[in-house]
Design a protein around this ligand. Structure first.
Ligand code: PMV
Length: 322
């Protein structure tokens, strides 16, 4: 009987964003830093099967079209690297909405890579695993290591754990707003920005600068400084996205409502800072002690469908089969 393995990974939200990639190894154009979030998880079960094709089930439904192709293409990378041989059945469950900018690909590909590594006879190191996760989704590399993690730009980078989850005194509240599934994948969006956005080059320079300042601010655990850099970095990435042709306008009215609310809360003395990925939802960084207060305020914003409070999440792990 074939062996079934199961892995769990937390999604992460970047405080310094990665937007832009190049080459066959999907080399990131910008270095990034993220926090893994404990309430946003993907659990993936994988087993080798005796079949002509891979089988992919996502959130209880057989995946078709692009969704399936993306997973199969990823399995092909593992087969080409001779880490697995034959067809695989994948079953993946998310605890949160997918393809809407809620970082689902970060936890999805981190959980998948972790499960595949357990199925493989080869068993690669965590560093190599982050590189392979990156080829499914750039942000997935950072979900392998969890906590506060970084992923540099440059040739074939690995993610690096900066601070383990247990030592991070901050969390994030995610404000979910109504949205349609994304029109372009991150991969397509990044390509479009690089080819058409008049701000792309400027964004790449700014992001590298933000990264250095963020590392410095993190050393002093300066929430105000980290939060301000995170907001500015997110705004700069969205300026580049907005100027892409056709525009990548991920923000909905609800996104703007939350961002304005966060600034107002700050003016009242609450240390809270927003950041937005390639989607409409907003993640708000705050001290763990303020998570309840921020969640309460987030729930009171009229356009917020759901507020999800998160403490820092750990690394991707194998979980026992029931
Ligand atoms: O992980 P990808 O390849 O889908 O790209 C992620 C891009 C952003 O979420 C917008 C930024 C980031 O660093 O996570």
């Amino acid at each position: 009987m074939s062996r079934k393995v199961r892995a769990r990974a937390h999604a992460n939200i970047a405080l310094c964003k990665y937007w832009g990639k190049s080459g066959p190894l999907d080399t990131p154009a910008t270095p990034s830093i993220s926090l893994a979030l404990d309430s946003l998880t993907t659990i993936t079960t994988a087993e080798m099967i005796d079949a002509a094709d891979d089988a992919v089930v996502i959130n209880g439904k057989v995946a078709t079209g692009i969704e399936r192709e993306r997973v199969v293409r990823y399995l092909d990378i593992w087969r080409t690297e001779k880490l697995i041989e034959g067809r695989v059945r994948i079953e993946s469950e998310n605890s949160f909405p997918m393809s809407s900018g809620l970082a689902s690909s970060s936890s999805a590909f981190a959980a998948l890579a972790t499960a595949l590594n357990e199925l493989s006879e080869v068993r690669i190191t965590q560093t190599l695993l982050t590189k392979l996760a990156r080829r499914g989704s750039g942000s997935a590399a950072r979900s392998i290591t969890g906590g506060l993690s970084s992923l540099s730009n440059g040739d074939d980078p690995a993610a690096r754990l900066l601070v383990p989850a247990s030592d991070v005194p901050w969390g994030m509240v995610v404000g979910v707003v109504d949205s349609e599934p994304k029109q372009y994948s991150s991969r397509e969006g990044m390509k479009l920005s690089e080819q058409t956005s008049p701000y792309y080059r400027r964004w790449v320079l700014q992001a590298r600068h933000d990264y250095r300042y963020m590392l410095h601010a993190l050393r002093g655990w300066d929430l105000a400084e980290v939060g301000e850099i995170a907001e500015e970095n997110s705004n700069a990435m969205h300026a580049c996205m907005l100027a892409t042709r056709p525009t990548l306008m991920y923000w909905q009215a609800g996104t703007m409502d939350i961002m304005h609310s966060v600034v107002a809360w700050r003016n009242e003395g609450l240390k809270a800072y927003y950041t937005v990925d390639a989607g409409s939802h907003v993640a708000v960084l705050c001290h763990i002690d303020d998570l309840d207060e921020v969640t309460k305020r987030m729930q009171a914003v009229p356009s917020v469908v759901k507020a999800i409070a998160n403490r820092p999440g750990g690394a991707a792990v194998l979980v026992a089969m029931q």
